[in-house]
Write a protein that binds this ligand. Structure first.
Ligand code: SF4
Length: 446
């Protein structure tokens, strides 16, 4: 392991949460959950503050949670309450960040993003930080350098008018955080990491990497005070993209305002409600999250590809890069794959879910929507098997075969129960293979 990674590991050990191994496993798990929640909310609150949105309640809540994080007197119930309250603070922090982004850059609108490229000098920008991207776009205006987005920066193509107005915001390159070492050496220009999950830069592109804001890596040039001059000079020295290439595109920008606002053709939410009431749309699935790096974790894409035609998939965060370019078609004009945005845009999904619950007169928990957990995917795998043609065909064949043999032989031959038992075992092996396959992909059994 290289020295940069070793330094980070050592730092992690020094500042990690001191775990009391004697404590109940559920308490330790809630302690960690709360700490992750605090970290997430703090990151969102920090970026919201950069964009001028602050709330003392959020800071007070985070301080209170931090002061309790090693409290040995809290009971299991206290920890459950603390973890849930951290979730509430997280939602508030995301609301602040949403206000910061939309007040600075406008509201996202549905936009087609090119996955191809133009010929010419190029810079790749990764991460979540729209303000850094906006400043770089301004600083590169008229310099014949195209800017491409990577990872969670994909959504920036939808921000109207402040980001979309730049014609040199040219397209999107690459996928999720875990593919950096595979994809980034192919990019013939410098790469700027704003706030996001940087991987140790590999030989082949390490000299082209720049960082800014809260993200950094030992040995990598860190740019301060919004001065992207060194990055721009590096782009001019590098070869850039030799030819223009069209590689299709993806739609982004279905955030809360797109769904809830008035359009000349009517509000999207009214159409969704009509379709739900008419049974045209049976379920909404939210497939969100950051995803893992293990090879073969294809449960996200398998699930999305196999979801029935009367369902709509909402997605956000890096997990979507498993399927973001799949064509799932539409239900009477409503796209079946709806990209809500970055991980922090979970706030948008919550706002849309609340609006749907008001319009349908149902609690959010009673909506025809599923926030997928590993256990839930496995339960659905089981339910799907019991409703499948394979299950019923097996029953009919076994029953029919038994009756036919009885009709011919007028007695039960010794091999009949053995044959039926073998059929039953084979059917169950097929079912459990599917469940275990899901479990391995998800990482855990329930
Ligand atoms: S969505 Fe998650 S994994 Fe992807 S860059 Fe953001 S925080 Fe990192």
């Amino acid at each position: 392991m290289r020295s940069g990674a070793l330094k980070l590991l050592k730092q992690g050990e020094e500042i990690g949460l001191p775990i009391d191994r004697q404590r109940d496993a559920d308490v330790r798990s809630l302690q960690e959950t709360t700490l992750y929640g605090i970290r997430g909310a703090a990151a969102y609150a920090d970026y919201a503050a950069i964009l001028g949105q602050e709330d003392d309640e959020v800071y007070a809540s985070l301080q209170e949670k931090l002061s309790k994080i090693t409290d040995k007197n809290l009971t299991l119930q206290d920890w459950v309450a603390l973890a849930l309250d951290t979730g509430k603070t997280n939602l508030k922090a995301m609301e602040l960040l949403d206000a910061g982004n939309t007040s600075h850059f406008g509201h996202p609108e549905p936009s087609l993003v090119s996955l191809g490229h133009k010929a010419g000098k190029a810079i790749l920008v990764s991460g979540h930080d729209l303000k850094d991207l906006a400043i770089l776009l301004k600083q590169t205006e008229g310099k014949d350098i195209n800017i491409y987005t990577h990872g969670e920066m994909l959504l920036s193509h939808a921000y109207y008018p402040e980001l979309k107005k730049y014609s040199h915001l040219a397209g999107h390159f690459g996928t999720a955080w875990q593919n950096q070492k595979k994809e980034l050496p192919e990019f013939p220009g410098p790469i700027l990491f704003t706030t996001n999950c940087i991987q140790e830069p590999a030989a082949g592109y390490e000299n082209n990497v720049f960082t800014t804001g809260l993200v950094a890596w030992p040995g990598v040039t860190h740019l301060e005070n919004d001065n992207f001059g060194p990055l721009i000079e590096h782009a001019i020295e590098m070869p850039g993209l030799a030819n223009e290439e069209a590689s299709g595109g993806v739609w982004v920008g279905y955030a809360r305002n797109t769904v809830l606002q008035d359009h000349p053709m009517g509000r999207v939410i009214d159409t969704l409600v009509d379709y739900v009431k008419a049974g045209t749309i049976k379920h909404f699935f939210l497939v969100g999250g950051c995803d893992g790096a293990k090879p073969g974790r294809n449960h996200y894409s398998d699930f999305v590809d196999k979801a029935p035609q009367d369902t709509v998939i909402l997605t956000l965060a890096c997990g979507k890069f498993r399927f973001f370019d799949h064509d799932l078609g539409a239900i009477d004009g409503v796209p079946r794959l709806i990209d809500v945005g970055q991980c922090n845009d979970a706030y948008s999904a919550v706002v849309v879910a609340s609006a749907l619950s008001d319009a349908l007169g149902k609690e959010i928990s009673d909506l025809p929507s599923v926030w997928l957990s590993g256990g839930r995917v496995m339960q659905m795998t089981g339910a799907a098997y019991y409703g499948s043609a394979l299950f019923w065909l097996r029953l009919v064949v076994e029953f029919g075969l038994g009756l036919a043999v009885l009709g011919v032989f007028r007695k039960i031959p010794i091999w009949l129960p053995v044959l039926l038992l073998a059929g039953e075992i084979l059917g169950r092996i097929m079912f459990f293979t599917h469940v275990v396959h899901s479990a391995v992909n998800i990482g855990n059994l329930y």
